[in-house]
Ligand binder design. Sequence first.
Ligand code: ADP
Ligand code: ZN
Length: 213
Amino acid sequence: MKLILMGPPGAGKGTQARRIAESYGVPQLSTGDMLRAAVKAGTEVGQKAKAAMESGGLVTDEIVVGIIADRIGEADCGKGFILDGFPRTVAQAKALDAMLAERGLQIDHVIDIAADTEALVARITGRSTCAGCGEGYHAVHKKPAVAGVCDKCGGNLTTRADDNEETVRNRLSVYHQQTAPVMDHYRDGGKFRTVDGMLPMDTVYAQLCAILG
Ligand code: ADP
Ligand code: ZN
């Protein structure tokens, strides 16, 4: 199964990708997670990516295409993969087509998780993630029993540096300008579907599973 999950920041790509990865046994390839790890580790890629990420802009196509090209060549991607946050520009989509074609592969499904802009700002500015297990929380919709502590594993909850309102609005505008056109790149192939990301998380997940079979 080779799946691209699309959608604006905060639509729930990451959460759904994690669940699908678990139940279908394929890796989740999140360029955002990989870049954050690179920034934290202080690698060359991380140093180059840091400023763009902090402002809510995009990291260069060259960097993210390089990261994905390396990652899909690893053994665990043999069964397939879920792309979460990539491709984010038409140039990235074309580079992905080329690297898959080289390996005789192609994408099976492209699913857009659609959502309303104002709802996204509210969702993102309230969210936090467990540093231990990755579980997501929200200040209004999904509070942990003890503030700052994960219900599942007792780990510390962390907030992303780019989840403040100003940066979120910039990420949304970058999404509309640069990432929305990527949908047109896939729309004609018969593999493109949309699900309503404003529905409850479990409903969205059920709809994704119905598409994936
Ligand atoms: P979200 O979807 O919530 O905005 P991500 O974790 O997917 O968050 O990405 C965080 C940041 O990482 C983006 O704002 C951008 O700076 C960078 N990034 C992630 N994926 C890409 C990509 N495919 N191309 C360019 N920049 C990216
Ligand atoms: Zn946890």
